[in-house]
Design a protein. Structure first.
Length: 193
C-alpha cells in the first residue's frame, strides 16, 4: 500500500530494542485517508473468504479493524486487556507479551460476541514476533469459531512472525513490510504481501 509506505518513510523513527515508532500514523495520531485505505485493502483481500466477524486487540488494532469491518459490513470485536465487570463469567482468555509497554498482556473476549458460527478475520497493527496473533488465534479456537486469515498493517519481516504463524494454515496479509531498519540504512520499507 503505497500511501502507507510513504507515511512510514515520513513519520517512522527507529527506537532502541528494534522498535519502530509510527505514532504519527498508527499508534497515537491516525491519518484519515491512509487509515481508510487500510480498510479497503484488507476488505478486498479477505472478502472472498466470506468473513462474519473481524477480531482485534485494544488499543492500536481497533482503527484498522473497524475500517475493515465497515468495508465488509460485519461486526468488529476487540479483545479487552482488563476484564470489565460488564463481561460475563467464562470469557475466553489468552496472554501475550506487550512490545511497547513490557510485561504480559491478558486478552479477554466474551462468548456473547464470538462463537462457533463465526468466520473470523484477525486484524492488528503490527506483526513482529507473532505472539499477539497466536494469542488471538487461541481465543478464536476457544470460541469454536473458524479462523479465516490474519491481516496486519505493518510487518517487521526480520522478527520472523510470519514463519511462526504458518502452521495455522491461513493467509497472512500485510500492507507494509519493514525489510530492515538500522542507523546506516534507516527504515527500509516496501509494500506488504
Ligand atoms: O507480533 P508481536 O511481537 O506480538 O507484536 C505485535 C503487537 O505488539 C503491539 O502491542 P502492544 O501491546 O505493544 O501495543 P498497543 O497497546 O499499542 O496495541 C502491537 O499493537 C501488536 O499487538
Ligand atoms: O509501535 C510499535 N513499534 C514496533 O516496532 C512494534 N513491534 C511490535 N509492536 C510494535 N509497536
Amino acid at each position: 500500500m503505497q500511501s502507507l509506505v510513504d507515511a512510514i518513510r515520513e513519520h517512522g523513527i527507529i527506537l532502541p530494542g528494534g522498535i519502530l515508532k509510527v505514532d504519527g500514523l498508527v499508534n497515537h495520531q491516525l491519518l484519515p485517508t491512509v487509515t481508510r485505505d487500510m480498510g479497503r485493502q484488507f476488505a478486498e483481500y479477505f472478502r472472498p473468504l466470506a468473513p462474519t466477524k473481524v477480531l482485534t486487540i485494544e488499543v492500536s488494532g481497533i482503527a484498522p479493524a473497524i475500517v475493515t469491518a465497515i468495508e465488509l459490513n460485519v461486526p468488529m470485536v476487540y479483545a479487552r486487556k482488563k476484564r470489565p465487570i460488564t463481561m460475563k463469567d467464562g470469557a475466553f482468555h489468552a496472554q501475550s507479551v506487550s512490545r511497547t509497554k513490557g510485561g504480559m498482556v491478558d486478552l479477554y473476549v466474551s462468548g456473547e460476541y464470538l462463537g462457533p458460527g463465526d468466520r473470523v478475520v484477525v486484524i492488528d497493527d503490527f506483526l513482529a514476533s507473532g505472539g499477539t496473533l497466536l494469542a488471538l488465534n487461541s481465543i478464536v479456537t476457544q470460541s469454536g469459531a473458524t479462523l479465516l486469515g490474519l491481516g496486519c498493517v505493518i510487518e517487521k519481516q526480520f522478527e520472523g512472525g510470519r514463519e511462526k504463524l504458518s502452521h495455522l494454515g491461513v493467509p497472512i496479509h500485510t500492507l507494509a513490510n519493514i525489510v530492515r531498519m538500522n542507523e546506516q540504512d534507516g527504515v527500509v520499507v516496501e509494500a506488504g504481501h
